[in-house]
Design a protein around this ligand. Structure first.
Ligand SMILES: [Zn+2]
Ligand SMILES: [Zn+2]
Ligand SMILES: [Zn+2]
Length: 320
């Protein structure tokens, strides 16, 4: 895996650390139009004119510095120079889009109940927005992550959201959106693709606890967790990560869904219930280093289905 050197990072951050250079990127991005490939370059004089007209009051734009600003943007790879003028690069487009989607108005909402019962205790669930994370928490039980002190009490699930995702949605609409996106995030990580930057991913933890028992506490004395299985996977480049349950990766795998359907199981529920808690299927280690788990899934017709999940998050249906 390749990470940027301190010099490369410094160059990129430096290039973005000037409001005129960000305005130039914004102007070039607007000019790009719908046809992202092969868009006409913007001439130097046109670029300066448009940047000047978009410069907000109170920001000084000394046009004599423009060649310098453009060189900094080119050196950092955000702008390219071609016959006839300048064009924004894909890296530049992503920077402008990230700013538009992430630097928004400070959107908040009150904690409100949701209509879905807690998948662990059947109790009352609520949706909250905290530090740009949407949390679904249970008011009546410790939820699924009692071992994680930094999460809100009773956390069942948490989703990172951008201000763009929050604005113009009610809490209930946000909940539906987060469930759908959460399912896609699971599928992409399971395929070894980072949902944010599409880089490769690495499975950090794939574990189950053979002696799991909660007793009277919120966490198991043997594994230190609320749930008996755990999966953590992260991006090799941008560090986006997912903490979840391996059984959800198995349950949302198309081959598993097809095999369950053939054996008469109801596979229509791919919504909140499917994502919020792992199905309670018997599981065991086939090997521990590297970890391979095997699930024995009861089905309405015929022998139980045996499915393996390896450290690369590959799912293999063993039967039929
Ligand atoms: Zn609960
Ligand atoms: Zn345990
Ligand atoms: Zn990534």
């Amino acid at each position: 895996m390749k990470r940027l050197s301190d010099e490369e990072l410094g160059s990129a951050f430096g290039a973005l650390s000037h409001e005129i250079r960000l305005l130039v990127l914004d102007v070039l991005e607007r000019e790009r139009g719908a046809e992202t490939f092969g868009a006409a370059p913007v001439s130097y004089s046109e670029l300066i004119d448009r940047t000047e007209s978009h410069t907000p009051d109170g920001v000084a734009f000394d046009t004599s510095n423009s060649p310098y600003h453009l060189r900094v943007l080119r050196d950092a790879g955000f702008v390219s120079r071609e016959a006839g003028g300048y064009r924004i690069t894909q890296a530049g487009v992503r920077i402008v889009r990230a700013i538009r989607a992430n630097i928004g108005t400070d959107t908040t909402f009150e904690t409100v109940p949701i209509e879905e019962p807690c998948p662990y205790c059947g109790g009352r669930s609520v949706i909250t927005l905290e530090d740009e994370w949407v949390f679904i928490t249970c008011r009546d039980c410790p939820g699924a992550f009692a071992q994680e002190d930094h999460l809100p009490e009773g956390t069942i699930a948490g989703f990172q959201v951008s201000p763009a995702a929050v604005q113009d949605r009610t809490p209930h609409e946000l909940f539906r959106m987060a469930s759908r996106v959460g399912l896609q995030v699971h599928r992409l990580f399971a395929a070894g693709i980072c949902p944010t930057c599409n880089a490769t991913t690495t499975t950090e933890v794939l574990e189950l606890c053979p002696d799991h028992s909660l007793g009277d506490g919120a966490v198991c004395p043997s594994c230190g967790r609320t749930t008996d299985e755990f999966l953590a996977v992260s991006c090799d480049v941008c560090d986006r990560s997912l903490m979840t349950f391996p059984a959800i990766v198995v349950a949302t795998d198309p081959a598993v869904i097809a095999a369950l359907y053939e054996r008469g199981a109801d596979v229509t529920d791919q919504t909140w219930a499917a994502l919020s808690s792992p199905p309670d299927w018997p599981s065991e280690y086939v090997s521990t280093d590297p970890p391979v788990l095997q699930y024995t899934i009861p089905v309405p017709r015929g022998e139980p289905l045996r499915v393996r999940l390896d450290a690369g998050l590959n799912v293999t249906v063993r039967d039929g």
